[in-house]
Design a protein around this ligand. Structure first.
Ligand code: URA
Length: 224
């Protein structure tokens, strides 16, 4: 399970190499990570963004939801999932007995790609240390990548094989963070925005969140 999270000193390396003003260290708080993101110029998305969208929620947090990239509304407000996809996510969370305020919500990249195009490989690579730092600070029990794109990226971080999104979604995949030794469960689900362009997918999305609620109840460390 060798992945980006397990590479020693990635965050420190960034700092020592002094790559731009988005520098973070292994001892930062979430506010400091957000400040580093706000000053980040490591990829071209920094040129077109209005605001950075680091994510929000309690620290630490047992549950971490990870989308793809901020959209228009998120870029305007600096807050994750506040547009139509955010309304759907809030509704799905409440069906699991959760409120937005109880979970941490972020995305793979923290700046809006122009025209909502998919983030590019170099943009993801530049942004990855921020997600890595967030996971270290949050100590989540369950990671929930939303959509194929976030799932491929998170599986890559942990060196998990990715046969297809259909084969991995709605199921728990156990990983161990080799630095902290903590066990975590990755539960990929459809991205909430799927039903804005494919309304019949609502059933699959709701089924994913029902299964997620089951994994949350039974995963190690659950208090539910
Ligand atoms: N979609 C995402 O993946 N992230 C957001 O913040 C909003 C929409």
């Amino acid at each position: 399970m060798e992945g980006i999270l397990h590479r020693p000193g990635l965050v420190e390396t960034l700092r020592l190499e002094g790559r731009g003003d988005g520098m973070i260290t292994g001892t930062d708080t979430m506010d400091q990570v957000a400040a580093a993101i706000a000053g980040c110029t490591l990829c071209p998305l920094s040129l077109s963004r209005t605001r950075t969208v680091p994510g929000e929620g309690p620290v630490p947090s047992a549950l971490l939801f990870i989308g793809e990239a901020p959209g228009k509304k998120e870029d305007e407000t600096g807050r994750p999932f506040v547009g139509r996809a955010g309304q759907i996510l809030t509704d799905l969370l409440s069906r699991c007995g959760l409120s937005r305020e109880e979970v941490f919500i972020t995305s793979i990249v923290k700046c809006r790609p122009p025209g909502n195009r998919a983030p590019r490989r170099d943009e993801i690579a530049a942004c990855m240390p921020y997600l890595e730092a967030q996971i270290a600070l949050l100590s989540p029990r369950v990671l929930v990548p939303m959509g194929r794109f976030a799932t491929v990226t998170v599986f890559g971080m942990y060196g998990l094989p990715f046969p297809s999104f259909g084969e991995v979604r709605g199921r728990g995949h156990g990983v161990r963070d080799q630095r902290s030794g903590r066990e975590m469960t990755i539960v990929p689900v459809y991205h909430p925005a799927v039903i804005t362009h494919n309304p019949p997918a609502r059933r699959d999305l709701e089924e994913d969140f029902r299964k997620l609620a089951g994994v949350i109840r039974t995963s190690p460390g659950s208090r539910k």
